[in-house]
Every structure is written in structure tokens, then in C-alpha cells.
Design a protein around this ligand. Structure first.
Ligand SMILES: CCCCCCCCCCCCCCCCCC(=O)NCCO
Length: 535
């Protein structure tokens, strides 16, 4: 320091103090503008170190307990495991999670969110910890969470443990892969368009997207906050329905409302979950927007058949105005700000391939979006409409109009449901797992999932069958409803999936999580008793 000062003094003597100040200002500005992506190598080194530490600990445990076989423990349903822990048959340190946890980054795959460790635990984490859960890992997500792939420039792509050429799905794909690989027994994700349900479906596990605000969302990192017409929700992912039930029971304790009074004080209603009343079940095989894969149709047919044999009534249902709901209400609501918030979070970052298409379109000047939308109107109507919606709603008045259109649609949907006197609804889940990089290319197919974020209904996903050779053969004739590139990409995305899990969605009206889970349990019991399909 001492030797530098005389240099500075003599420099100021020759160049003058103002020049030095300008120089200092420029250096300061440069320091402030250091792109967020510069933090990525440091995060990668931290992960490398953490993996090495984990390996060393595992090695030590193997030496200390050479006879320990964790498989039978990790295969246990959460309920049995909890019982064994209570009875002190087991003393196990394990369990979950991907939310704000004190001292840890929650990056959403964004460089801007690196090196900003949470000051305290989020509310879900607080309650789970208080009940004895031990969060042990944070899992990978899609950059910004606005994708149903699971890849970001910091930690890379998460693969599907059931087929390494396929994605685990996303955005909560790290949880899906970890659970499917029996590396955990309970995980948590967030869902704006299927982010809990798609990884569950692609990886053959169970997931629940509750009604918005039934669980606290406080202390969950998010790239885009403030959107009201499409509800984002936190929810559990696990190996079976009972585990989802247990986690919900724990979370819906008095603590949840005390810690976050914006959450309604509705405890878990056991009487609804354990009711044996026969159900009136609506169902559909296609949403009318994305032609389902052959295995999606077969999964619904198989399940309705079993439900009917068990004495339930099944009634065909059709989705009202699906194109309007997905194109205008869902996409328009998700991008009401013209993508400004999302683009802001990507400033100075590398853009992951799973986000490139959306980001490129969002970055186009408004005039160009408008022009392209017109040009593509007849040749690619879906892309044309997307471009229109990506322009944003424009004014606060238009935003309120958008909100009220969503409310109107919700009520129309409920009126249709009520006119058929339905208890619950059965629908295809999006699957089988896509090849890597295909979620971005076949984004329209998330219509099966996004609809229920728009409606804000609770939905659970569970596997019911696996893709057969017959399903694969039938896929060769897939045309799609629009015959556009999205449809062609969907057909390519789901190819080569023989043996991979196929799920269904179990849907209930808002705040009816217990009924939704009861329906899931019924489907799980009936389909588990089925013979495995011939591959
Ligand atoms: C040439 C390709 C153009 C693609 C344009 C796509 C425009 C936007 C389409 C909207 C797709 C939205 C996907 C959202 C997935 C949300 C996943 C999710 O649930 N995330 C959880 C966040 O909490």
C-alpha cells in the first residue's frame, strides 16, 4: 500500500485529480456491472467440493458399517418409516428438500441468485424441521423455473434415472430424479405449469399440486413474482400416495397458520380422506389442444375401467374452450408483463438451451413480435398466437380485464363440473418422458398440466402403467391436432419410451386436497393390483 500511494500522488500531479476521479468511477462502474455469470465457476467449484465431501462421508460410513444396506430403508413408504422411527426400530437421518434454507442459496438456476444465502428457513422448511425432518440436499431445477426441462448453466442438465437419454422433467426435475433413484423419500417442488407433476410423471413417482395458498409460499425463491392469473403452488413429491398424505397432514398443522396467517386454518380432514363413499368421476382422454400420446390414452382407459369395476361411476367430460384457456388466459397471464421480469433476472447470465426459444421471442422488439404474429397467422397459428401473448397485456386496466376473464373461465368450468354432479376428474398426465432438450421444442403439450394452474384446482399425479411396444407402434401414426412443428416435436420427444412410466392426473375442486388424495389412493390401490403390462 505504502509503495502505491506515492505513485497515485505523482499520477494525480501529471493527470489531475478530475481524471483520476473519472478513472476511479469507471473502475467502480465496471465492478458493479460484472456480469452475474462470473459467479457460475465459483458455484460449480462449491458443488464439486460438496460432492467430494459427500463421497468421503459415504466412504467413512461404508468402513464403519460394512454390513449396512440402505436399500430396504429407502424403499419403505414414508408412513412405515415414520412408524419405525417412532418405535425406535430405526434411527435414521435423512429426508428432503429444495426451498429456502438458512445459509444456502436458492438459485432458480440463475446466476443473479448465487451467493445470496437465505437469512432464515422458509415456512415449509421450518415446519418440517420442527416435526423431525432433516433436509439433506438441494436439488436441480430449470433456469428461471419457466420450463418443464431441468437444466441451467450453473449445474447442467438433470437426466432421467430410468432412461439417461430422457429428461427428468421440470422444473423440479432434481427432486423427481432423486426420488426415482431412491435417493430420498420426500421432496418438494413448485408448480406453475406442471413443475411438480411433470417430473413426477416422467420419473414414475407421485406428486401433489395443492390449491394455491393452502400451503404457505413464504420463503420460496422465485424468478417471477406477482403474477396473479396463473397460480404457482408449493407441493410434495414422494414414492407413494400415503407419503404425500403424511407430509400434508404434518404441514397443515396449527403452526402453518400461526407462522403465515395468509394461509387458511384448515387442518387435514381425515374424514374426507378415509371416506369409502363411491365417487362420480368425470374423465377425458384428450384435452382437445394436444393430441395425447397413445400411452396417455391407454392409462386413462385402464384407470376408468378399474374404477368402474370397483363400483364408481365414470362420466365423460370435455374441457371448455381449451384453446382460449391455454393460449390467451394461461400464456397471456404468465407473460402479462411482456416477459420484463423474467428477462431482468437473466441479465448478465448465460441463457440455458431450455430457455433459449422463449427468451429469443421475448427479446424481440414489440413491433417485430406483432409483425411476425401476423405473418405466421395462417402457417403456424399456435406460434402466431404465442407471439401475440408474449407482447404482454399493456395497461393495468387490461391486466384487470385479464384477471376477470380468468375468474369467469374458472366459474364456467366449475358450472360444467357441477352440472354433471362430479366429485373428481381423471385426466391424462403429460408423458412419457421427453428426450433431452425437447420440452422447449414441444412446449404446447404442457396444456394438460397448465390448465389446473389457471383454474387453481388441486391435482395429484401418480403412475398407473408403463409404455408398451404397442403404444410405440401406435405413436408412428401420431399427427397432432395442428400438424405444426410443436406436434411433430411432441411425437419425437416421447419416442423410444418402452417400459417408462405413464401417469394419470386426479383432480378435485379448490380446497379439496383430501378428496384429491383419497381419489389418488383409490387409483393407486386398483392399479397396483394390476398385472404389469406386456412390453
Ligand atoms: C420456437 C419455440 C417457441 C417457444 C415459445 C414458448 C413461449 C411460452 C410458452 C409457455 C410455456 C410455459 C412453460 C411453463 C412451465 C412452467 C413450469 C413450472 O411449473 N414451473 C414452476 C415454477 O414455479
Amino acid at each position: 500500500m505504502g509503495s502505491k500511494m506515492p505513485g497515485l500522488v505523482s499520477l494525480s500531479y501529471f493527470l489531475g485529480v478530475p481524471f483520476l476521479l473519472v478513472l476511479l468511477g469507471a473502475a467502480l462502474l465496471h465492478w458493479r456491472q460484472t456480469p452475474a455469470r462470473n459467479k457460475i465457476p465459483r458455484a460449480q467449484k462449491r458443488r464439486e467440493k460438496a460432492l467430494q465431501q459427500m463421497e468421503a462421508l459415504a466412504q467413512r460410513l461404508r468402513q464403519q458399517e460394512p454390513d449396512l444396506d440402505p436399500k430396504p430403508i429407502l424403499e419403505l413408504p414414508l408412513l412405515t418409516l415414520a412408524q419405525k422411527l417412532q418405535d425406535e426400530e430405526l434411527s435414521l437421518e435423512s429426508v428432503l428438500c429444495s426451498y429456502l434454507e438458512q445459509g444456502h442459496d436458492s438459485t432458480c438456476g440463475l446466476a443473479q441468485f448465487l451467493e445470496k444465502p437465505a437469512a432464515k428457513d422458509g415456512i415449509i422448511v421450518q415446519i418440517l424441521k420442527a416435526q423431525g425432518a432433516i433436509p439433506f440436499v438441494k436439488t436441480n431445477v430449470a433456469q428461471t423455473l419457466f420450463s418443464f426441462d431441468c437444466s441451467n448453466p450453473i449445474y447442467g442438465q438433470t437426466l432421467n434415472p430410468l432412461n439417461l437419454q430422457k429428461t427428468s422433467g421440470g422444473s423440479s426435475g432434481g427432486e423427481g430424479a432423486l426420488l426415482a433413484g431412491r435417493g430420498s423419500i420426500l421432496g418438494f417442488g413448485t408448480d406453475t405449469g406442471g413443475s411438480i407433476r411433470i417430473p413426477a410423471s416422467f420419473c414414475g413417482i407421485c406428486g401433489l399440486k395443492p390449491t394455491g395458498f393452502r400451503l404457505s409460499y413464504s420463503g420460496i425463491a422465485s424468478a417471477v413474482k406477482g403474477k396473479k392469473s396463473v397460480t404457482t403452488m408449493a407441493g410434495p413429491m414422494a414414492l407413494d400416495v400415503e407419503s404425500l398424505v403424511l407430509s400434508l397432514k404434518v404441514l397443515l398443522s396449527e403452526d402453518m397458520h400461526q407462522l403465515d396467517p395468509t394461509v387458511p386454518p384448515i387442518p387435514f380432514r381425515e374424514e374426507v380422506y378415509f371416506s369409502k363413499r363411491l365417487l362420480r368421476i368425470g374423465y377425458y382422454e384428450s384435452d382437445g389442444f394436444t393430441q395425447p400420446s397413445p400411452s396417455m390414452v391407454r392409462a386413462v382407459r385402464l384407470t376408468t375401467g378399474l374404477l368402474q369395476d370397483a363400483g364408481h361411476e365414470v362420466i365423460p367430460f370435455s374441457i371448455p374452450q381449451i384453446e382460449y384457456a391455454m393460449q390467451h388466459l394461461y400464456k397471456g397471464g404468465l407473460n402479462a408483463d411482456g416477459g420484463a421480469t423474467l428477462l431482468e433476472k437473466l441479465e448478465g447470465d448465460l441463457v440455458d438451451p431450455c430457455m433459449k426459444g422463449t427468451v429469443t421471442l421475448l427479446r424481440l422488439p414489440d413491433l417485430l413480435k406483432c409483425l411476425l404474429a401476423r405473418i405466421l397467422k395462417h402457417t403456424n397459428p399456435r406460434l402466431s398466437k404465442t407471439l401475440e401473448e408474449l407482447r404482454g397485456v399493456g395497461t393495468p386496466k387490461k391486466l384487470w380485464e385479464q384477471h376477470s376473464k380468468v375468474e369467469k373461465y374458472q366459474h364456467e368450468f366449475i358450472a360444467k363440473w357441477r352440472s354433471l354432479d362430479l366429485d373428481v376428474l381423471l385426466a391424462p398426465a403429460l408423458d412419457p418422458a421427453f428426450y433431452i432438450s425437447y420440452p422447449a421444442k414441444a412446449s404446447e403439450s404442457m396444456s394438460y398440466m397448465g390448465l389446473y394452474n389457471l383454474l387453481n384446482f388441486p391435482v395429484g399425479v401418480l403412475p398407473v402403467t408403463r409404455v408398451t411396444v404397442e403404444d410405440e407402434k401406435e405413436l408412428a401414426f401420431y399427427k397432432g391436432y395442428y400438424g405444426d412443428t410443436f406436434d411433430k416435436n411432441f411425437q419425437e420427444a416421447v419416442r423410444g419410451s418402452t417400459g417408462l412410466p405413464v401417469a394419470v392426473q386426479c383432480i378435485a375442486l379448490p380446497w379439496e386436497e383430501e378428496l384429491c388424495l383419497r381419489f389418488m389412493k383409490e387409483v393407486e390401490t386398483l392399479t397396483k393390483n394390476q398385472k404389469e403390462p406386456k412390453e
